[in-house]
Ligand binder design. Structure first.
Ligand SMILES: Cc1cc2nc3c(=O)[nH]c(=O)nc-3n(C[C@H](O)[C@H](O)[C@H](O)COP(=O)(O)OP(=O)(O)OC[C@H]3O[C@@H](n4cnc5c(N)ncnc54)[C@H](O)[C@@H]3O)c2cc1C
Length: 293
């Protein structure tokens, strides 16, 4: 069943690519408009600065993406993603000590955010009626009688307008679409903001080709500091060695509930300040990966 001629998706990141996959069966053509020039491979880009941090692809999301794009998981693994069982393959240290390992039905594919996006992009590029237009900036919406009828954009050669039967906003958290709709006469949406005060500080490391025998783990999670006396009650730290494709890990320090940054000293690659408060298992202390990338 076709719902219309043209659907336009604003933003070509994870949500925009999934939206394009969902719309493709229902529209004659789907256009994805993306401000960045998109890399052919898994690379960071300006529009998605969070891609340097670890991204957990939770099971329900992974299943939903697999329904939209059959073969998604296989291609993620073919690209170097690691299909692991966190309860067996991850070492967790919390205030009570190391967690026992156990088998579980819950598995996860570990990879970088940029690899997830590259696989999604390849999948969408394989859809005959979907076109991704890169390097175009969406600048506004056109409306008529309470309906969105099209999209304004700027390209390297000038301004353009596209008529659309259906428009999806996937321009991320900074999207101006709400303000465009208010300017066009729609009532402002009521919104509530909960600032979770989450801070991530991440650095990517190459692991040695030969892992020391004590590194049975694939994923290492250290949380939280034992001595919480001087911290606010809700304050937690987490140190995460998150495995990704290419024999690399993202070393990430996170904090919740308190606006704190976790600086690293450039010269030594060692976390400074708050980072030192985390529990540090002795057996790993001397063997942190050496080469940061
Ligand atoms: C530190 C951190 C950790 C996270 N960890 C996880 C995690 O573990 N698991 C998880 O599932 N999620 C995680 N997230 C959330 C996840 O990153 C986002 O939910 C997801 O990337 C949002 O995708 P998106 O496609 O909606 O938007 P974005 O990825 O923000 O993309 C928006 C796109 O719109 C484009 N765009 C913007 N403006 C325009 C314009 N005017 N015209 C054309 N294009 C435009 C941008 O270039 C970009 O490509 C994390 C986020 C952060 C910040």
């Amino acid at each position: 069943m076709k719902l219309g001629m043209t659907a336009v998706v604003l933003g070509g990141s994870a949500a925009g690519l999934c939206a394009a996959g969902a719309l493709a069966p229902y529209f004659s053509q789907v256009l994805v408009l993306e401000r960045d020039e998109l890399p052919a491979d898994a690379e960071h880009r300006r529009g998605v600065p969070q891609s340097k941090h670890p991204h957990f692809l939770l099971n329900s999301g992974r299943r939903a993406i697999g329904e939209l794009f059959p073969g998604f998981e296989d291609e993620l693994v073919a690209g170097g993603g690691l299909h692991l069982m966190p309860s067996m393959d991850a070492a967790y240290l919390d205030g009570a000590g190391w967690s026992a390992r156990k088998s579980s039905a819950m598995t996860m594919i570990y990879s970088s955010r940029i690899l997830i996006e590259r696989v999604l992009r390849d999948k969408v590029r394989g859809l005959a009626n979907v076109t991704i237009r890169e390097g175009v900036r969406v600048t506004g919406l056109s409306t008529r009688d309470g309906t969105v009828t099209g999209v304004d954009l700027t390209t390297s050669i000038g301004d353009e307008h596209l008529d659309a039967d259906f428009v999806v906003d996937a321009m991320g958290r900074g999207s101006p679409v709400s303000s465009w709709l208010v300017a066009a006469g729609w009532p402002a949406l009521e919104s509530q903001t909960l600032d979770a005060k989450v801070t991530y500080t991440s650095r990517w490391y190459e692991l040695p080709a030969q892992r020391p025998p004590s590194w049975w783990w694939q994923h290492l999670v250290i949380m939280p500091t034992r001595d919480k006396g001087e911290h606010p009650a809700e304050h937690e730290f987490l140190v995460n060695f998150f495995p990704i494709e290419g024999n690399r890990v993202i070393a990430c320090m996170g904090s919740w509930g308190t606006p704190c940054r976790v600086p690293t000293t450039r010269s030594s690659n060692r976390p400074a300040g708050y980072g030192r408060r985390c529990s540090r298992p002795r057996w790993i202390g001397a063997r942190l990966p050496r080469r940061s990338i």
